[in-house]
Design a protein around this ligand. Structure first.
Ligand code: GSH
Length: 196
């Protein structure tokens, strides 16, 4: 059984939601970051960054939420969270967009740091949210009718940015998308768990 290292009210949410979507039993291992549990030698051997979430699958361990999404989706093909060709191309793009573009855009909005958008990998926050807006215009999911682990990675970040921390203004496409995500039973189970 996979073990998910997690902590309430953190970026563990996407991994929790993912595991709940698979329907496969998993064990939750609480790493209480308010008590420094992420800095113990034992946990640092799982994730040397000392951050949650992380995952153990037998002898394999990994961290970084989108990587966990990709790994688990591949491991459990019956959950249909990892599409094949030709959708796999955009699926991978959106998985990497979650921490490669949405996260730094959020940091930029919070800190108001000016960056040259040509040099910054995410361009700027407006471009990130415009691109996401256009991708979600049709829906219901990023890949059309196919819900995937990329939705879990992207919607978790978008939910933090738009709803929880209100860093970026919402848009009609974001509202519709986040409402559709929130209506999923797995999202709701994960929300209860993540609340601690
Ligand atoms: N890049 C990581 C970020 C994980 C992360 O920053 N987790 C925070 C909680 S939201 C954490 O564990 N902080 C504890 C610490 O840094 O001591 C991912 O996407 O999984």
């Amino acid at each position: 059984m996979m073990q998910l290292y997690w902590c309430p009210r953190t970026r563990s949410f996407s991994a929790l939601w993912l595991m709940e979507e698979t329907g496969v039993p998993y064990e939750r291992v609480l790493i209480d970051i308010s008590k420094g549990a992420q800095k113990t030698p034992e946990y640092l051997s799982v994730n040397p960054m000392g951050k949650v979430p992380a995952l153990r699958d037998g002898d394999a361990t990994l961290a970084e939420a989108p990587a966990i999404c990709a790994y688990v989706a591949e491991r459990y093909p019956q959950a249909k969270l990892a599409p094949g060709d030709p959708m796999r191309a955009k699926y991978l793009q959106w998985l990497f967009f979650a921490t490669g573009c949405i996260e730094p855009a959020m940091v930029q909005l919070a800190t108001k740091i000016e960056m040259n958008p040509t040099s910054a990998g995410w361009g700027d926050a407006t471009r990130v949210f415009d691109v996401l807006d256009a991708a979600l215009a049709k829906g219901p999911w990023l890949l059309g009718e196919n819900f995937s682990a990329a939705d879990i990675a992207i919607a978790s970040g978008l939910n933090f940015a738009v709803r929880l921390f209100k860093m970026a203004p919402s848009r009609a496409s974001f509202d519709r998308y986040l409402d559709a995500c929130a209506a999923r039973p797995a999202f709701q189970r994960a929300s209860v768990i993540a609340a601690g």
